[in-house]
Design a protein around this ligand. Structure first.
Ligand SMILES: C[S@@+](CC[C@H](N)C(=O)[O-])C[C@H]1O[C@@H](n2cnc3c(N)ncnc32)[C@H](O)[C@@H]1O
Length: 278
């Protein structure tokens, strides 16, 4: 079984993948903020790592045009099956993970990006080494990642709900906030040989229809790991406590919850020079 602590890639199901395809529009919106600074242009070769069901990959393919190429990889077969339904000349998808890009040769890509993916990657150093290898000199990397010092509101409320439902002692590893701080990212990027690293933490406001849609979106986004490890009966109790807590976030526009993502950008040196950090 593939695990990251208590995180497992094997909790995904075709139904969660379908739900993600319907509700992953939230990731698509902030994905566009990620792609913008990469300045993709006609003819670019692009790798989307952790492409999920491929909505953002398809958008990127539109930017590079028919002379470019965008490849989306993701370890979850259910998500790639949906992504493969997208048709565009410049677009291909395959099952694969960030830590092993051995199917690609050195210096194949102008840009690599990871949208809401980096926090899930167990071996971040290995992933960045692989990305550096497949980028052309001067190639750009962009990613966004949860910052463990600023968990999403839904994650904070979930932890409270687990405690209120009486399972507080079990919320340790499974509810650990994954991700990377600015210092951790800077160190990883510089050690890997990237230059011009910069990052900033952004607040994203999500408006959900109702409590159920928060739960469904959270579980689909976490491919079954939002409440993974709890039995159906336990989940029902946690869901009820979570629902009560989230109701307090009701506004005339819907349920308002904030997420926080650190956006980070860097590039591979155009030639072998001493790495610089801004
Ligand atoms: C929240 S989804 C984001 C999907 C997509 N990037 C988007 O913008 O909609 C997170 C994705 O990260 C993928 N993922 C998890 N671990 C990964 C790894 N080690 N390498 C690549 N992708 C991974 C998951 O399979 C999942 O599809």
């Amino acid at each position: 079984m593939s695990t990251l602590g208590a995180i497992s890639l094997e909790r995904d199901t075709p139904e969660l993948a379908r739900t993600y395809e319907q509700s992953g529009i939230l990731q698509f919106h902030h994905g566009k903020f990620l792609i913008g600074p990469l300045a993709l242009k006609s003819g670019d070769q692009v790798l989307d790592i952790g492409a999920g069901t491929g909505r953002l990959t398809e958008f990127a393919a539109g930017l590079v045009g028919p002379t470019g190429r965008v490849i989306g990889i993701d370890p979850l077969e259910n998500r790639i099956a949906i992504a493969c339904l997208r048709t565009s000349g410049a677009l291909t998808f395959d099952v694969g993970r960030a830590e092993d890009l051995s199917r690609f040769g050195p210096a194949e890509f102008d840009a690599v990006y990871l949208n809401s993916v980096f926090h899930w990657i167990a071996d971040k150093r290995l992933a960045l080494r692989e990305i550096e290898r497949v980028l052309k000199p001067g190639g750009r990397i962009g990613l966004n990642v949860q910052d463990p010092t600023k968990p999403h509101e839904s994650r904070t409320l979930l932890r409270q709900a687990i405690e209120q439902a009486g399972f507080g002692e079990r919320s340790g590893e499974s509810q650990r906030v994954l991700g990377a701080t600015d210092d951790e990212l800077r160190t990883l990027f510089v050690e890997t040989g990237f230059v011009d690293y910069k990052s900033d933490l952004r607040s994203l406001v999500d408006l959900h229809q109702n409590v159920n849609s928060v739960l469904e979106w959270s579980e689909a986004s976490a491919f079954g790991n939002f409440l993974g490890g709890f039995s159906p009966a336990e989940r029902a109790e946690i869901d009820a406590a979570f629902a009560a807590l989230v109701e307090a976030r009701h506004t005339p526009e819907g349920l308002r919850l904030e997420r926080y993502l650190r956006f980070a950008f860097a590039r591979k040196p155009a030639s072998q020079t001493t790495p610089s950090v801004s």
